[in-house]
Design a protein around this ligand. Structure first.
Ligand code: ADP
Length: 270
């Protein structure tokens, strides 16, 4: 939206004159629209699980002397919805913290190779051995920052790679230096993303495939979280994708450290 927005006021000026005051409020107007969209989105995202919960609880209330078997399915569905709301609230809290809190002043060297090994173990469990994984890391390569934040960001990329790749597919993770920057790539052989969606992927609640993507348990906030975490580490996200072939998400860190004989030494690119 490239329109400019002006706020115009007419105020009395002296006895017989009026003054026309105009000021440009394009930025304020955009922020306000974004805020309204965001609140609208959250309301919608919470409304869906609440509707299911209400339906299920009414259904349970109608059963006179329910058997364990009759209770099983509705309780399972209720549990799924509660979990979904929990994830949404957790992601919203994390996102709001990332947006408002200043990055820690005393940042620690983060052992990215160790973080990635832990996440790969979790990913194998999550995929129930339906995908093949590979991990290739430069053991000496670290970054300075917040380990928990980085773990959340990397975890979102891995979880997406699994969610959007059919069973039998591959997920390849690499951590290396290229062109003077440290680079984490998560490459999958999944469904891919049409090019025109790429610029909007990190917007909150943006989904390529609206309803279908939201039913797989995602909150629509994952890549927004990734983007914020990376910008707090002087890093950015790059995405390449081909429909039906797969996607590669790269986190590019312009600042990194080298671990030499157990000690980290500072190396700043650019
Ligand atoms: P979600 O919780 O819906 O996964 P994200 O912010 O993590 O939200 O991702 C936004 C959208 O980007 C997803 O809904 C999906 O359409 C698309 N997407 C993300 N990662 C991938 C991937 N690896 N392959 C294909 N599409 C992806």
């Amino acid at each position: 939206d490239s329109r400019r927005v002006l706020e115009i006021r007419i105020v009395p000026y002296g006895e017989h004159q009026q003054l026309l005051l105009a000021r440009e409020v394009t930025r304020l107007h955009r922020l306000e629209t974004m805020r309204r969209d965001f609140v609208g989105n959250i309301t919608h995202e919470l409304r869906t699980p609440l509707t299911v919960l209400r339906g299920m609880s009414e259904q349970l209330g109608d059963l006179e002397e329910p058997t364990a078997e009759e209770l099983r399915r509705p309780l399972q569905l209720m549990d799924q919805q509660i979990e979904r709301m929990g994830r949404l609230v957790d992601d919203l809290l994390l996102l709001s913290r990332l947006e408002t809190a200043a990055p820690d002043a005393d940042q620690e060297p983060v052992d990215v190779p160790a973080v990635l090994r832990g996440l790969l173990d979790e990913a194998r469990t999550l995929s129930e051995r339906q995908h093949r994984f590979s991990l290739e890391v430069d053991e000496s390569l670290l970054v300075e920052g917040d380990e928990n934040e980085l773990r959340s960001a990397f975890s979102n990329l891995l979880t997406n790679a699994i969610k959007y790749t059919d069973p039998g597919g591959r997920v390849d993770v690499r951590w290396f230096v290229a062109s003077g920057a440290a680079c984490l790539t998560v490459a999958d052989t999944g469904r891919g993303i049409p090019a025109h969606h790429l610029p909007r992927l990190t917007e909150r609640f943006y989904r390529v495939d609206g309803g279908r993507a939201s039913s797989n348990g995602g909150t629509g906030l994952g890549l927004a979280i990734v983007k914020h975490v990376l910008s707090r580490h002087d890093a950015h996200l790059e995405v390449t994708s081909e429909v039906g072939v797969g996607s590669t998400f790269s986190c590019v860190f312009s600042r990194y450290l080298r671990r030499a004989d157990g000690h980290a030494s500072r190396e700043v690119a650019r």
